[in-house]
Design a protein around this ligand. Structure first.
Ligand code: T4K
Length: 369
């Protein structure tokens, strides 16, 4: 049992789409399916502008470049290396701020303290699909004249009071990697409310080529090809059934683990629709077993949970000398990184699989006391 398994369409549906690609002999560079998927995703996610790209990491880099950012970026250490490394690739200096102890997203007070005259952007991560404190972060950004970019790689379909979380910030990015609820094998997107920013990102992702003789921007190649777009179009109708099935599995985990002292299920705040990207627990000090022991014992039963995101990005050798990376600046994130464990969550696991995993965890707790 893995932490996740990709949703896959009926192979015949995908083959039919491939047949069309073969007939048109159009494989990439703003193909028909690329455009169809952009429209379908705007509709599904209820956002105005979305630009498909080759990965979530590329989406981050394009957003930073298209917003012409330089200087310092305040961000969270509890995230994929993608968030922070993309900043570095764009010549920005990541400055780490601590996280909220319950919601695990950027703590607005810590963000405010991290701002210097060189700060240009706040990069929030809707980690595990839990929305950042968007109103507070926006108020800080407005006060200091900063941009806000959200890494929404885990937040496909996350809503706050019925509104898509992707609407907030100057831009938000999605990952469509195979491990994501909605995927195109590899892929991603930049979402924005600003049509000019969408146009710039579309140029940046195609080497800046405007027409046969005009290169308008120093762009890169971050295109999504037609084979990936076809997979996305075939997968999109499967997203909501998958989300529902994952919701049932999550309910089993929540009910079964509620009675275990030392295991806290990470909750989404009231009014938030859960993306069901991950099912996160925290193995706390009240547990007779450490998080790493639970992880290892599960592995011995062929259950491959993951410690997303341990170690913290601030602990990487190339970031840890920065003053903001000092664990004394990040007490909450430092503790949380020792506690988090992502349990398997995908429809094929079924509620039976979830019960089996809970049996194992109960057994591990019982036999360790
Ligand atoms: N921002 C955030 C917050 C992110 O979490 C990520 C990516 C990004 C940005 C960047 O997006 P991308 O540039 O990747 O589009 C995975 C993914 O590679 C990565 O996309 C993801 N976050 C991260 C959290 O997880 P690994 O190293 O854990 O993946 P891997 O290969 O160990 O796969 C995990 C499990 O999934 C496997 O044990 C089995 C299953 N699996 C995986 C693949 C690739 C399958 O069943 N089939 C598959 O094809 O990084």
């Amino acid at each position: 049992m893995y932490v996740t398994r990709p949703v896959l369409p009926d192979l015949r549906v995908y083959m039919a789409a491939l047949q069309g690609i073969w007939q048109r002999q159009w494989l990439t560079n703003k193909g028909q399916l690329h455009d169809a998927l952009e429209w379908a995703l705007c509709d599904h996610l209820r956002v105005s502008h979305l630009s498909l790209v080759s990965s979530g990491t590329a989406a981050l880099m394009l957003a930073f470049r298209a917003l012409e950012l330089s200087g310092e970026a305040v961000t969270t250490p509890l995230t994929s290396p993608a968030t922070v490394n993309a900043l570095t690739w764009c010549g920005l200096t990541p400055v780490f701020a601590d996280i909220d102890p319950l919601e695990l997203t950027l703590d607005p007070d810590a963000v405010e303290r991290a701002i210097t005259p060189r700060t240009r952007v706040i990069v929030g991560v809707h980690i595990y699909g839990i929305p950042c404190r968007i109103d507070q972060l926006q108020a800080i950004a407005d006060r200091h004249g900063l941009r806000v970019v959200y890494d929404a790689a885990h937040a496909f379909g996350t809503e706050i009071d019925g509104e898509p979380v992707l609407k907030w910030g100057d831009a938000a990015i999605l990952s469509f990697h195979a491990t994501k609820l909605f995927h195109t094998a590899e892929g991603g997107a930049v979402v924005t409310q600003d049509p000019d920013l969408k146009r710039r990102i579309d140029l940046f992702k195609t080497l800046g080529i405007q027409d046969e003789i005009t290169v308008a921007l120093p762009g890169i190649n971050a295109r999504m090809n037609e084979l990936e777009a076809a997979l996305g179009l075939a997968n999109l109708p499967l997203v909501e059934p998958e989300r529902r099935a994952r919701g049932e599995i999550a309910n089993v985990y929540r009910e079964r683990l509620a009675g275990l002292a030392g295991i806290d299920c990470v909750a989404v705040p009231r009014g938030v629709r859960n993306s069901q990207q991950y099912f996160m627990v925290r193995v706390t000090g009240a547990s007779p077993v450490s998080r790493d022991d639970v992880y290892e014992r599960l592995k011995s039963f062929n259950v491959f949970a993951r410690r997303y995101f341990y170690p913290l990005c601030s602990d990487f050798s190339f970031y840890r000398d920065a003053p903001s990376a000092n664990p004394r600046n990040l007490p909450v994130a430092t503790r949380v990184a020792q506690e988090v464990l992502s349990l398997p969550l995908y429809s094929a696991l079924g509620t039976t699989g979830a019960h089996r995993i809970c049996d194992i965890i109960e057994y591990v707790f019982r036999t360790t006391r």
